[in-house]
Design a protein around this ligand. Structure first.
Ligand code: HEC
Length: 155
């Protein structure tokens, strides 16, 4: 093994070790990486999109998965940024509960109405917190050409 290969191999080892550390500390490597609220929200926007398309195409397995990820983002935002109004965070609870139910029962109409309700709650908080210029809407087309959302098209 050349010394260059050795360096590459040991760097990869360090990266995997830090992933392992991140997992054991609940996602915060060494306990000192705190994502910016804007970054948590950017991720939330991504999940909001994927959840919408999964539900629209009745890919309930994927929808349940994305729903869990969106809940994680809410938890991260609420835990790491307690300054954001709790009341605005709790208004998400009801739409999230209804979305979960629609996914479990595989009901597209209930999913669509709960999804619109959740989207309105996203904007409600943005308005109340002086970020009314960040307007979220139910997506109509996919910016992702690298992921399949239609369960029928699954390889
Ligand atoms: C309880 C309050 C609250 C809720 C609920 C909320 N947001 Fe936010 N959001 C914020 C705040 C505060 C910011 C501004 C963050 C900053 O400037 O650092 C923000 C910023 C954003 C941004 C801008 C980030 C960027 O990189 O452009 C997006 C997108 C966003 N939110 C999406 C969402 C979506 C989607 C939902 C609902 C699924 C949601 N937010 C729900 C408080 C909230």
């Amino acid at each position: 093994m050349t010394s260059r290969t050795l360096i590459i191999v040991s760097c990869a080892g360090a990266i995997f070790a830090s992933f392992a550390a991140a997992q054991s500390t609940g996602g915060l490597p060494n306990g000192n990486y705190i994502p910016h609220l804007g970054d948590i929200m950017g991720t939330m926007q991504l999940r909001h999109f994927k959840l919408s398309f999964a539900g629209k195409l009745r890919n309930w397995e994927l929808a349940a998965y994305e729903m869990d990820r969106i809940k994680e983002s809410f938890q991260d935002a609420a835990t790491l940024y307690p300054g954001i109004p709790v009341s605005d965070m709790t208004v998400m609870a009801e739409p999230v509960r209804r979305l979960g139910e629609a996914i479990q029962k595989k009901e597209p109409n209930k999913f669509a109405s709960a999804f619109s309700e959740m989207t309105a709650a996203c904007n409600g908080c943005h308005q109340s917190i002086g970020r009314g210029f960040i307007v979220i809407k139910v997506p109509t087309s996919s910016p992702f050409s690298n992921q399949v959302f239609d369960p029928a098209a699954r390889p």
